[in-house]
Design a binder for this molecule. Structure first.
Ligand SMILES: Nc1ncnc2c1ncn2[C@@H]1O[C@H](COP(=O)(O)OP(=O)(O)OP(=O)(O)O)[C@@H](O)[C@H]1O
Ligand SMILES: [Mg+2]
Length: 340
């Protein structure tokens, strides 16, 4: 009998592939489509992706800029269809914003939109940071960067904290080598690769100035502002509704105090804080319910398991190293209409 592949061999291959992907986490994260062997999923229609973008809380200027980018591509495509010359514009972008402001989320949607309008064939997102591009010894960086770029072809390469590739202190570093390779490949694969570099506003400027090739290729910048207390409250409330939870009466006041107590800026966590606060509150709720001696877990009713209390929120915030703003703080007036 021929020594054919057994199902176990296939399983072993799948596991080793998955293990590879898991090892990459942090420095080289791939979309799930990649994990499953790059099997192309059908493109979602533009309107559907656009609706998902529109449903994000806040980000008005970001949405407007993305709309303009996509509209330009659509008009250029129509011009081409009419036999008119296309104006070749660079699609590479700089995303400026603090952590948790929605950069990765928007990049992923934008990649899908590029696919929907025919700019990119696959429209997947390959997200890396410095450690995914830079090697430890001479020659390793070019190989690593090249490999990542190959994975990103026909999609978007998203480089988070890109400024880390150009350290300001002038020490001997392989970061600039990665930038050189990147610039070269962006030219070689003009029609198959969109690169988005992202990071804190104050550090990205010096990154763009670190190599004369960068500024000209990344002509467009999209700024992701910090979320307001209203936005964060909306993100929290939306997450709550999505998962069929609710706040006990009066807990919304505490939520606003916690969100107002965050210091806007680089380390506030922004939308990510709103989401982790929700997750932490679930832990606190579960603990509270399980420790309740008057009522066994089996006796809990629908409302019990749906409700998060003021105390759950306070404990959750504390676990995240935050506390509510003092009671006398003038909280911004809540906006009483939501736009979703
Ligand atoms: N406008 C929004 N509406 C709803 N949820 C949002 C919004 N912006 C971000 N989020 C959620 O907040 C979390 C963080 O967002 P994201 O990863 O896109 O931020 P980021 O700017 O890429 O952060 P980092 O710089 O830390 O990578 C995600 O879970 C995302 O779903
Ligand atoms: Mg991100």
């Amino acid at each position: 009998m021929a020594a054919g592949r057994s199902p176990l061999d296939d399983l072993r291959d799948t596991f080793s592939h998955l293990a590879e992907q898991i090892k990459m986490s942090g420095s080289e994260r791939a979309d799930s489509g990649d994990v499953l062997g790059n099997r192309p999923t059908p493109a979602r229609p533009l309107a559907e992706v656009q609706a998902e973008l529109d449903a994000l809380v806040g980000l008005d200027t970001v949405k407007e800029q993305v709309r303009a980018l996509v509209a330009l591509l659509q008009v250029q495509a129509r011009r081409k269809a009419h036999g008119l010359p296309e104006v070749a514009t660079s699609q590479h972008l700089v995303f400026l914003g603090n952590p948790g402001t929605g950069k990765t989320t928007v990049a992923r949607l934008l990649a899908e939109m590029y696919r929907a309008v025919g700019l990119l064939q696959k429209g997947h997102l390959v997200e890396v940071d410095r450690s995914g591009l830079v090697g430890q010894y001479v020659g390793a960086t070019a190989i690593k960067t090249d490999r990542v770029i190959r994975r990103a072809l026909d999609g978007v390469l998203f480089i988070d904290e890109a400024y880390a590739l150009a350290p300001e202190d002038g020490r001997m570093d392989f970061g600039p080598e990665a930038i050189e390779v990147l610039l070269k490949r962006m030219e070689d694969h003009r029609h198959r690769l969109v690169v988005i570099v992202a990071g804190y506003p104050r550090l990205m400027e010096s990154f763009l100035l670190s190599n004369p090739g960068l500024r000209s290729r990344f002509a467009r910048e999209i700024t992701f502002p910090d979320y307001s207390v209203d936005d964060l409250e909306s993100i929290f409330t939306k997450t709550l509704a999505q998962h069929e939870y609710m706040l006990e009466e009066g807990a919304d006041q505490m939520l606003r105090r916690i969100l107002a107590g965050l210091h806007a800026g680089e380390d506030s966590g922004n939308a990510r804080f709103a989401r982790t606060l929700f997750e932490q509150a679930l832990n606190r709720q579960a603990l509270r319910l399980s420790l309740n001696e008057e009522r066994s877990l089996d006796a809990l009713d629908r409302d019990d398991v749906m409700t998060l209390t003021t105390e759950d929120l306070v404990e959750a915030a504390r676990a995240l190293g935050e506390g509510p703003a003092p009671e006398e703080t003038q909280l911004p007036e809540p906006v009483r209409w939501w736009r979703w």
